[in-house]
Design a protein around this ligand. Structure first.
Ligand SMILES: [Zn+2]
Length: 293
């Protein structure tokens, strides 16, 4: 069996853990060495700190992301653009950034990409880096199979590549309430907390500062993190305490099929009408609870 390859492309170093860390940890548990995981941050994440300058922030965030990724045996990278440099400042989907995303994907050849959604509601708030990372993935998606779409920064541009399935994660800035799959991540929730806690400069320093709150202890962070999951559940119409992650299948790359559901989420329990969104343009709410087989 060839290895399953799953990739996260998100704006900041800690976005992945918050939205898909539980699922990736479950995939590692399920597939062991038959799985390759790659985490990409499109931005340097260097603006977000109230005491450190951009360079120091960037260096710390890189180390934190690497430490977190290593917990589930994933590799981590801050994306390089077409010109060979990281994005400076905000993510804007120009040709330099699009080429960077295109090369990052073609370099890894993922079966699955997890990224933020393109927000269509004009009343919804956005984070410029999340929003434009979503746009960038969407904009390069078809051209992933076009070998000369972007000038090369690696040697893989001539190869044939199949389209990956591109899956949107929950975006805390978006006002979305539809999803295809809700995954019970109880089995790997502790791992998710451990990974998220690696981002000390964020969760124990920057985020509390932005909210004008006292820095949490490890214990109070764990409690507020679970509250966060409860609130996400509520947003999607589930009023309970089960930690979940929510996913929506796009048609940016290839279409999802039943096999993808089995590979990513297992086959134990499916509620709702999972079959109907496959190959259609309908956005159906489907609740699917993953259990280890
Ligand atoms: Zn972010």
């Amino acid at each position: 069996m060839s290895k399953i390859k799953a990739m996260s492309i998100m704006a900041h170093q800690d976005d992945f853990e918050f939205t898909a860390g539980g699922l990736f940890a479950m995939l590692r548990k399920r597939y062991g060495t038959d799985l390759e995981l790659k985490i990409i941050a499109t931005s340097r994440g260097a603006s977000g700190h109230h005491e450190m300058g951009p360079e120091e922030t960037f260096r710390r965030r890189e180390k934190e992301a690497q430490k977190s990724a290593s917990i589930i045996g994933a590799s981590y990278e801050c994306m390089k653009c077409l010109d060979g440099f990281h994005i400076r400042g905000q993510v804007m989907p120009d040709i330099n950034v699009l080429g960077g995303v295109w090369n990052a994907i073609r370099g890894f050849e993922p079966d699955y990409i997890f990224c933020p959604p393109v927000i269509s509601n004009p009343l919804a708030g956005i984070h410029v880096d999340h929003y434009n990372t979503a746009w960038a993935v969407r904009m390069v998606a078809y051209q992933l199979i076009v070998p000369n779409a972007y000038p090369t920064i690696n040697s893989n541009t001539r190869k044939r590549m199949g389209l990956p399935l591109i899956i949107n994660v929950d975006d805390p800035y978006a006002d979305e309430s539809s999803f295809h799959v809700a995954v019970d991540i109880s089995d790997t929730y502790d791992r998710k907390v451990e990974m998220s806690s690696c981002h000390v400069s964020q969760v124990f320093e920057w985020l509390p500062w932005t909210n004008n709150e006292k820095a949490p202890t490890a214990e109070s962070f764990a409690k507020s993190f679970l509250d966060r999951h409860r609130n996400v559940n509520k947003k999607y119409g589930m009023d309970d305490n089960i930690p979940r992650e929510f996913f929506t299948f796009t048609k940016w790359g290839r279409l999802a099929d039943e096999k993808d559901l089995e590979i990513l989420f297992g086959s134990e329990v499916i509620t709702g009408n999972a079959g109907k969104f496959i190959g259609t343009r309908q956005e159906l709410s489907v609740c699917k609870i993953w259990k280890e087989s």
